[in-house]
Design a protein around this ligand. Sequence first.
Ligand code: IPM
Ligand code: MG
Length: 356
Amino acid sequence: MKIAILPGDGIGPEIIEQAVNVLNALGEKFEMETAVVGGAGYAAHGHPLPDATLKLAQEADAILFGAVGDYQYDALERSLRPEQAILGLRKKLGLFANLRPAILYPELAGASTLKPEVVSGLDILIIRELTGDIYFGQPRGVRTAPDGAFKGEREGFDTMRYAETEIRRIAHVAFQTAQKRDKRLTSVDKANVLETFQFWRDIVTDVHKEYPDVALEHMYVDNAAMQLVRAPKKFDVIVTGNMFGDILSDAAAMLTGSIGMLPSASLDANNKGLYEPSHGSAPDIAGKGIANPLATILSAAMMLRYSLNKAEQADRIETAVKKVLGQGLRTTDIHESGTTKVSTSEMGQAVLKALA
Ligand code: IPM
Ligand code: MG
């Protein structure tokens, strides 16, 4: 089995290094090949998603991705910015289903900004559609307004659109995932205002007929944002579009107090996937050895479970992570008094030890 390793920018390389060490310690025969991506891709080959990197990602059975983005690339034109690498990979590989779990480990209950009783035991899963919506809809751009109250002025515009197939396939993923959990699905939309999301609601309702054992609830996105901080444990699985999912998944991540703990999977129709931590490249702390490698290590576990058919190895990694948390080891982002502050590599080493 071949794994493409794409470290990217900022803290990407240092957290990926720890996850690769963990994969190497499992006693499996993985072929791993590394390639540049994001700002690093631009610096080396003049493009955030160089051809060789895309080719490697296409050939591989799974992709382990660090993070992209750094201040020095902020002034580049949009098509050359680091973010285009991850958007390009999602689109070109057809990775339409993004799974973002938000789990609060009991050891980290104090890390959340919310009251412990609101978040303790939190275990929710956001399923974000990842290749459609206003993120990719055409046309888009800046133009002279052709009509309306500001006709003749310059205006920026994007297009929100969802095809029936796009909604159906993400709805199937969501219902099937809910069947393996608590059988409760909340579909988040803005059907009261947007045509796109009234259509979304109609299609999700139709797909529901095939999954009568799952309880389906529809919720407007503004209410969903409120409920996420009011009573997050009421959710089990949430399914939503690309943009709402981007926003809600950051809010959900912060419920756990530590975005540095959360993995994610982006899957195609055949469970080939790209796995990345939910946090970004954090260029402000890059190279200091203080980044939390656990989200990336847990992403490697998701990769073993969803794309490589190695659920037992995934369990081993997750158990090892719980063990090091139980030992009181914490990187800076999750450090509290009474626990032991460790560096990125010390945390990685501790996970290796816990695996053995
Ligand atoms: C995410 C990120 C990306 C997104 C950016 C980096 C393009 O915020 O994965 O949530 O908006 O999808
Ligand atoms: Mg985001």
